[in-house]
Design a binder for this molecule. Sequence first.
Ligand code: FE2
Length: 379
Amino acid sequence: MSTPVGVAAANTTPSTPFDIHGFDAIVFAVGNAFQSAHFFATAFGMSPVAYRGPETGSPDECSYVLRSGTACFVVTGAARAGTELGEYVHHHGDGVVDVALSVSDVGAAYDHALAQGARGLAEPHRTGDGDGTVMLASIAAYGRVRHTFVDRSRYRGAHLPGYTSAPFAMSGAAVPYFQAVDHCVAAVEAGRMDEWVDFYQRVFGFDTMAEFVDGEISTKFSALRSRVVADPRRQVKFPVVEPAQSARHSQVDEFLQFYGGPGVQHVALATDDILAAIDGMRAGGVEFLPTPDSYYDDPGLLDRMGPITTPVAELARRGALVDRDEHGHLLQILTRPPQDRPTGFFELIERHGSQGFGVGNFAALFQAIEREQDRRGNL
Ligand SMILES: [Fe+2]
């Protein structure tokens, strides 16, 4: 089920129509918010900070808010039968419903978005409680994903009005495994990537910071195309991916099929210690995609990578990958999808100057994903 977008608007010149500070929150619709919150606390090391539900005046939904540095996840489940959220999860499984963005001026962001052809879902409105007020407005994006613009500069509560900072029995890691959301990937139908790139250029004033279109992201079996849009300060990065012609089903085909349409394919989490993050998350039960030994035995690896601060043996022990661009290097690893469907997953990324997304690892990463697809019978 996709959202119609007006692609006819003429102005595609990148500009900064309104201030975007960064990701405010990633909101997930899930089948069981209590258990998802428990997973993100115990396995991802995130700290539960706020809750709302029937006890706090939200009869339809339970939401838990978890933080790790500036990264904020909200997991929301239906608290009764017959809700829209319940229908969403029935159709799509667990997944991201809102990529909320922190802005200075919610009204200006919303007005600009609608003037550029975005579909409004919630007009700018102020909501408050004893801890202050928050300005919110929402627009539709790809599939059933929305973007909520948030200005919480006049709010000091735990999350939003209606939430309580009630004590939690679950707790996160003593030292957070990751500190921020690095990027958030949109998986869209074949042939629609450029339309959504255009949407982010017009509606958000983003520019294209990278593109991988013809043959760069392909293996013997499958191919995909990707362009990355971002705000000028690179606080918010949205790679958009679509399947390309290939012999078998690509990972994007698999996502679209099992999710039942476009959605957020993965959320990358920025860490300053990927080795500790992998160890902690693996001890908590997170499964990472295995990397073959041949990746590290490749004599060309260190030639391509140049000096890196982390010993290759330590990376190899954990299956972490390394890549370099003209600005520096990065370390990365992908999780297996942490829910029943082979849909959304997570990435850990430790950047040392590199502004890339691991193009040098695409072949290794995608072959690892294809081995998993093959195990599921979906290649
Ligand atoms: Fe990524």
